[in-house]
Design a protein around this ligand. Structure first.
Ligand code: ADP
Length: 145
């Protein structure tokens, strides 16, 4: 079974994240959406609510698994017996950061990163934008799952 891990903070999980998952789905048997937990950081939306919303968004699709983890993504990949991680890229800045992580993960752990380039419709969407809009009382429902 071909499995890929999609790791992120997903605080919250946006329509941009959903698009990345939908576009990789035809290539894999299973996509594991993995919420990285940072115990030091207070989250915008509680972890359980974020995970539940994603489960609902993909309800009925048995290729999707939703989980949370602490520690290294490469260790999670091993647990799922895969060598593939999924990441999205919107900008050059995303790419510069991602390529270093991807290189490290491949060299040190033999785990490869597959990139999906953001659809231009969603390139402006980020979890931090959603948090910012929400902090100033704007409606965020169309930007998140
Ligand atoms: P992290 O905190 O690990 O960077 P995020 O939750 O912010 O994780 O994002 C997870 C992944 O989704 C990252 O690879 C990020 O670049 C990508 N991503 C975020 N927003 C979008 C978008 N609108 N379109 C495509 N990819 C995106």
């Amino acid at each position: 079974m071909k499995t890929i891990i999609f790791p992120g903070s997903f605080d919250p999980f946006t329509i941009g994240h959903k698009d990345v998952v939908e576009r990789i789905l035809p290539l894999f048997d299973k996509v594991v959406i993995a919420f990285g937990v940072n115990l030091q950081k207070k989250s915008f939306m509680p972890l359980e609510e974020r995970m539940e919303r994603v489960r609902k968004a993909f309800a009925g699709n048995d290729k999707i698994e939703v989980t949370s983890y602490t520690g290294l993504t490469v260790d999670l990949a091993k647990k799922y017996d895969t060598h593939y991680i999924l990441r999205g890229v919107r900008t050059n800045a995303d790419f510069e950061y991602e390529r270093i992580m991807a290189d490290a993960n491949r060299r040190l752990e033999g785990v490869d990163t597959i990139f999906v380039v953001a659809d231009e419709k969603y390139a402006y969407v980020s979890s931090s934008l959603v948090r910012e809009l929400s902090a100033f009382g704007r409606d965020i429902t169309d930007l998140i799952v």
